[in-house]
Design a protein. Structure first.
Length: 255
C-alpha cells in the first residue's frame, strides 16, 4: 500500500526541529556499517560496533534518551547522554565522528559557537556560550581541562526543558567540536509539517515550504547506507590474466 503523502517543512534553527526519524541512524549503523543489534528488552535499541568498542543505545521507555559509549585506543572510556528531542542529525554527526577518530586538533568548541554569533554569559560560574535567541546554553563544567570536559548543554523554551546533553570527562575533543558545529549551523532541517513546530517553540522556529518529502528522505537514507557499505567492504583482488597460449611450464628434473 502506498504511503500517504505528508507535506514537509524546513525548520530552523535546527535545535528546535525535534528528534526526527531515529531509524535514520540505527538503520545506517546496522545496514551500512555492520553493527550488531544487542538489545535485550523491548523499547530499548542497543547497537554495538563490530569490534565492540562503540555502543549506541536508544531507550524508548518513558522519555526517550540516546546514550553513546566508547573506549578509546588508549583504553579510556567516555560516554554521552542526549535527550531524544535533540535532532537525530546531530546524534548522527557525533556517531560519524566516533567512527572516524582523528589525531588532528579540532577547533575549540566555544570558539565555534562564538564565531556563529553565540554570546558569552559572563555571570555564569563556568565558561558558557548562549545561543542568539537565548534558548540554548553550552557549558564547560570545569575549566581544569578545557578539551576534556565534562560538558553540558540544554535547550529551555519558556521555562520548559526541551532537551539536554551531557558529555563525560575524556570525551574526544573532535566529538565535542562536531556537536558545537551542529549547534552553530544555520542549515534548516526537514521535518513532517504535522507536529512542527514543537509545542511552545512556534514563536522561535522559522518554517519554510519545501518539495522534500518522505520518498526523498528514504532515498537519502538508502544512499548513505550504500556509501557506508561500499567503504567497509574489502576490495576484491584483481583476477590474474590467463597465461599466453605458447606458455610451457618448466619442470625440474630429479636425478
Amino acid at each position: 500500500m502506498p504511503r500517504p503523502t505528508v507535506p514537509y517543512v524546513l525548520a530552523a534553527p535546527g535545535y528546535l526541529a525535534g528528534g526526527g526519524d531515529w531509524e535514520h541512524l540505527t538503520e545506517w549503523l546496522l545496514g551500512g556499517h555492520g553493527w550488531r543489534d544487542v538489545s535485550t528488552i523491548d523499547q530499548h535499541t542497543a547497537l554495538a560496533s563490530p569490534d565492540d568498542r562503540l555502543h549506541v543505545t536508544l531507550d524508548r521507555r518513558g522519555a526517550w534518551t540516546w546514550s553513546l559509549r566508547a573506549t578509546a585506543p588508549a583504553g579510556r572510556q567516555w560516554a554521552a547522554t542526549l535527550d531524544a528531542h535533540l535532532p537525530v542529525e546531530y546524534v548522527t554527526v557525533l556517531v560519524d565522528t566516533m567512527l572516524r577518530p582523528t589525531s588532528r586538533q579540532p577547533p575549540d568548541a566555544l570558539d565555534q559557537l562564538h564565531a556563529a554569533g553565540w554570546n558569552t554569559d559572563a555571570a555564569a560560574p563556568a565558561p558558557t556560550a548562549v545561543s542568539p535567541d537565548g534558548l540554548v546554553r553550552f557549558t564547560q563544567k570545569t575549566a581544569l581541562s578545557p578539551t576534556r570536559g565534562p560538558w553540558h548543554c540544554a535547550c529551555m523554551v519558556d521555562g520548559r526543558l526541551w532537551w539536554a546533553v551531557d558529555f563525560s570527562t575524556h570525551t574526544p575533543p573532535s566529538v565535542i567540536a562536531a556537536f558545537t558545529r551542529s549547534l552553530a549551523s544555520d542549515t534548516p532541517l526537514p521535518r513532517m509539517a504535522i507536529g512542527t513546530p514543537l509545542y511552545g517553540c512556534g514563536p522561535y522556529t522559522r518554517l519554510a515550504r519545501t518539495d522534500f518529502g518522505y520518498a526523498d528522505e528514504q532515498a537519502l537514507l538508502e544512499t548513505r547506507i550504500a556509501d557506508a557499505r561500499s567503504q567497509r567492504l574489502p576490495e576484491m583482488p584483481a583476477t590474474a590474466p590467463p597465461p599466453p597460449a605458447n606458455h610451457t611450464r618448466t619442470r625440474t628434473r630429479t636425478r
